[in-house]
Design a binder for this molecule. Structure first.
Ligand code: APR
Length: 169
């Protein structure tokens, strides 16, 4: 679903946050703007989050009931475990969503903007990790990927068609 993740009608949306969890630019800025100032207040009490991990908050003014804030790796050339850390972001976000009992979750292209992760590799990690993690979920039934622009949409569609487990809606 190309577009603005803050308008996704899923039970949870994932935020590509930074380790402070105190907001930023990109999708982080958009989610904080849409959720309203209570989100920042709530995040102040979370004491940050490590790269590869996630923490959840209410959605406040968003349609989504929950926001799962994950901290993606900054791309540093590929030799500093960036791929493993991005896998962890998706694994941990899906695990947290299932723990919260949500049935649907929307992901932005974590680390593909300001953090400069190569987009095709990041998308392949996103899809393959979600396919694997999804099998162990009790509650989660629907995964939505939300590329923000045409370029990312093309990358997702190409990658999805290469993943037999997905049938794009
Ligand atoms: N909805 C969906 N996707 C969006 C939106 C939006 N409203 N706004 C931006 N994006 C897309 C970007 O186009 C990119 O493809 O989200 C993807 C992730 O880009 P960033 O938001 O820059 O996130 P990331 O690369 O993970 O960098 C995280 O950026 O915003 C700061 O605080 C954040 O420091 C952290 C860093």
């Amino acid at each position: 679903m190309k577009g603005d993740i803050t308008r996704a009608d899923t039970d949870a949306i994932v935020n590509a946050a930074n380790s402070s969890l105190l907001g930023g630019g990109g999708v982080d800025g958009a989610i904080h703007r849409a959720a309203g100032p209570e989100l920042l207040e709530y995040c102040r009490g979370l004491n940050g989050c490590e790269t590869g991990h996630c923490k959840s908050t209410p959605g406040f003014k968003l349609l989504a009931k929950h926001i799962i804030h994950t901290v993606g790796p900054i791309w540093k050339g590929g030799n500093e475990k960036e791929a493993e850390l991005l896998v962890s972001c998706y694994e941990n976000s899906i695990r947290e969503a299932d723990r919260l009992g949500v049935e649907s979750i929307a992901f932005p292209a974590v680390s593909c903007g300001i953090y400069k992760f190569p987009k095709v590799q990041a998308t392949e990690i996103a899809l393959s990790t979600c396919v694997k993690s999804f099998q162990f979920c009790e509650n989660l039934r629907r995964l939505v990927f939300v590329p923000f622009d045409e370029e990312m949409l093309e990358i997702y569609l190409n990658s999805i068609s290469a993943q037999p487990a997905f049938t794009p809606e």
